[in-house]
Design a binder for this molecule. Structure first.
Ligand code: IVH
Length: 697
């Protein structure tokens, strides 16, 4: 979500303040980089992001003595993702400096002239090209044959996405016309607006989430490990730059573009040679007007010095060439009416106000919803239902309300009062000190949070129930079979219905029930963690388990806290690393009767083992992965699992290369066969027990 940027001018800042601000900026930029490049899911728009970067650059150059995060200075993208091979670019893939208005462009042109010492009588040719909103890629050809194609990655190292790029029609496999031995062609992979719309229709039809814009859709499609998925998506490519090139006679950028075109690449048809700043500016204006009609998304223009000898003389600084600049389009602002403010409850309980608008077209897209961020934002901008509001959709991402048109406000309008109760479950809400978000404290029984909380409850570090992923939980939740964690243990009553569901066969149902049974014996700290109480992660759960030893004790003490018992409260908040803030979250949780009911129900279904201090000595089975199969005579499956875990082993439900031991009870079936094939040691129940005895003696 975008925050408003209000900065002090650098001259008003002490060096110490600048240092702090730079560190904070670096931190924030890093987060947005990951969201944008790795998750393909930006949470702020380009204008906001560019603002952060500009502020960073301004402070960095104003305070040259401060240590600057070179990672941010030089970073032009993201590190390669797992799953693809890495490719080190022979020449780094650079980024572009930004210009936002006429003055910035003039300054760019002056800088170039000064650098090259061009007198006023000399014409500076600039090539103006649209700035395509996609992802850059580098294609390496040797003797005219495509050797590989890579993403930009962090500018130095990218991912090998050759197979995916080969599915794009605009990318030729071989080049034949006047091609040097080595030629790296660079450009932008993008998705047209219509292909994006079509893709979203089919995503929706198969129940998958929609992409928020063509750039994200292109990124998601290109970074598929399975190239047949990329092939099924419609992607395009514009060539506009190059990397390594073995010697050849070319004098200008424009000639390079012609060479690309000759060899079957697509060069953007709006590319133009301009002879003055006025000319690039009018080109900018002309294309800005046509922006909506274009079949693909662009977010500005790029101006490049045409003469290559001049480009070479200029070189680049940190992450961008001195001879080029990106002139961004301003964010479009449109006025419309705010019809209503709804409060949405997110999966972690955060209440987010959403403005419902009279639909308007902003930046080429119909906008009818707008996030209002939080209650302070509504207060600060004094946004009221019925107001005429100015909406902005910068580049491609989340629309926002810039300001309210006070002149058009009705005299009867009323201040918006942010609700104090959760609109989903009616429970109390709370805002922590220094926090912007108001949260529903209901925890386990708030419907809006249910699926996420259930997912957390069964996750690896909590109850660890294999086979119960988000998809299954959602489907069971929608059927009303599981509403809270305790319901998971009564799932067996829906066995017959489950058999009728697509995707569920005898074996998978068996496995699911087995996993559920195995989870009935659990450790106290895992149980606490599984409740998903805000701020109670694994570490805090362990601390609580260590201090309260068992569930009965803990529950009694927590209830005492809610009743204002000072001794109980001191006991809690004096635990090293647990303070008042965590204490308050625990209080909120135990103050809800619904949560107590769920804990009680769980306590009857589960066997929650009291806390046992961790064994420090390494044993023969510490860290080993064990699978049980068949009927165990000595003890039940759940008990055997708990016993193994107590002795430091990991228990899994399925055999894989990672399995160390298969403990085979009576009538062991296919798992034993699989273990044999994989060379996993098979132990009888007696052998296993003997091994444990050795451990404990
Ligand atoms: S030139 C050496 N030209 O914008 C300069 N980039 O902010 C390399 N982009 O990474 C880039 N259209 O992903 C160039 N006509 C164009 C472009 C363009 C879009 C993207 C590209 C680049 C980013 C830089």
């Amino acid at each position: 979500m975008n925050k408003e940027l209000r900065y002090k001018v650098p001259s008003e800042l002490l060096e110490e303040e600048a240092k702090r601000e730079l560190a904070a900026l670096a931190e924030e930029i890093k987060i947005h980089d990951i969201e944008y490049y790795e998750d393909n899911n930006p949470t702020v728009d380009d204008v906001y992001y560019d603002g952060l970067r500009r502020r960073f650059d301004t402070l960095a150059s104003y305070f040259p003595r401060l240590p600057i995060s070179t990672e941010i200075m030089e970073k032009v993208g993201s590190a390669p993702a797992a799953g693809f091979n890495k490719i080190t670019h022979s020449e780094p893939m650079l980024s572009l400096a930004n210009a936002f208005d006429r003055e910035d462009v003039l300054e760019f042109s002056e800088r170039v002239r000064r650098f090259l010492r061009l007198g006023p009588e000399i014409t500076l040719e600039l090539v103006a090209e649209p700035k395509i909103d996609g992802l850059s890629a580098s294609l390496r050809y040797e003797k005219g044959e495509l050797i590989y194609g890579a993403t930009r990655g962090d500018g130095t190292t990218g991912e090998d996405i050759t197979k995916n790029l080969l599915t794009i029609g605009d990318i030729p496999k071989t080049l034949t016309k006047q091609v040097p031995d080595v030629l790296e062609v660079r450009g932008e992979v993008y998705m047209t607006k219509s292909a994006f719309e079509e893709l979203n229709v089919s995503q929706e039809a198969i129940g998958k989430s929609k992409f928020s814009n063509p750039r994200n859709a292109a990124a998601g499609s290109l970074r598929q490990l399975d190239p047949s998925i990329t092939a099924a998506r419609s992607l395009n490519f514009f060539a506009y730059s190059w990397g390594q090139v073995s010697s050849m006679k070319i004098d200008t950028h424009f000639d390079f573009l012609n060479l690309f075109e000759m060899n079957g690449f697509v060069v953007n048809e709006l590319t133009e040679i301009c002879n003055s700043v006025d000319q690039v500016l009018s080109c900018h204006e002309k294309i800005h007007k046509r922006r909506e009609q274009l079949p693909y998304e662009i977010d500005g223009m790029v101006y490049k010095v045409n003469r290559l000898d001049w480009q070479n003389r200029m070189g680049s600084i940190s992450r961008s060439p001195r001879w080029a600049v990106a002139h961004k389009f301003p964010a479009e602002q449109i006025e419309t009416r705010l019809i209503q403010i709804d409060i949405q409850v997110g999966r972690t309980g955060v209440l987010t106000p959403v403005g419902r608008l009279e639909p308007v077209k902003v930046g080429g897209v119909i906008v009818s919803n707008v996030t209002l961020h939080n209650e302070d934002e509504i207060q600060r901008k004094d946004i009221r239902v019925g107001d005429r509001v100015v909406v902005q959709r910068a580049g491609d991402v989340i629309p926002q309300v810039v300001r309210v048109n006070r002149d058009a406000r009705s005299q009867y309008s009323e201040k918006f009062i942010f609700p104090k109760k959760c609109p989903s479950c009616g429970s109390e809400t709370r805002r922590g000190e220094g926090e912007a978000a108001r949260k529903c404290v209901a925890g386990l029984f708030c419907d809006a949070q249910a699926v996420e909380r259930l997912r957390h409850f069964v996750s690896k570090n909590a109850l660890d129930i294999e086979g119960l992923g988000e998809k299954q939980i959602r489907s069971f939740w929608e059927k009303g079979w599981i509403r809270n964690p305790a319901d998971i243990f009564c799932l067996k009553r829906y066995r017959d219905e489950l058999e009728m569901l697509p995707g569920w066969g005898g074996k998978s149902i068996e496995n699911l029930f087995e996993a559920i049974e195995n989870s009935r014996v659990t450790k106290f700290d895992r149980f606490i963690y599984g409740l998903g109480i805000p701020q109670v992660g694994q570490q805090t759960a362990k601390l609580l388990a260590e201090n309260y030893i068992d569930i009965e004790h803990w529950q009694i003490e927590m209830i005492r806290c809610t009743q204002g018992d000072e001794v109980a409260w001191d006991l809690l908040t004096n635990i090293d690393q647990i303070g008042e803030s965590v204490g308050q979250d625990l209080l909120d949780f135990f103050n809800q009767k619904g949560n107590l009911d769920i804990i009680n129900a769980l306590a009857t279904e589960l066997s929650i083992e009291p806390y046992v201090p961790e064994k420090t000595s390494q044993s023969k089975i510490t860290g080993k992965t064990v699978v049980f199969t068949g009927t165990l005579v000595g003890m039940g499956r759940a008990e055997a699992k708990a016993f193994a875990e107590k002795n430091g082993a990991k228990v899994s439900n399925s055999i894989s290369q990672k399995t160390d031991y298969l403990v085979a009870g009576e009538a062991a079936g296919t798992k034993a066969k699989k273990a044999e094939q994989l060379g996993v040691s098979i132990l009888s129940e007696q052998e296993w027990m003997a091994m444990l005895d050795e451990e404990s003696s």
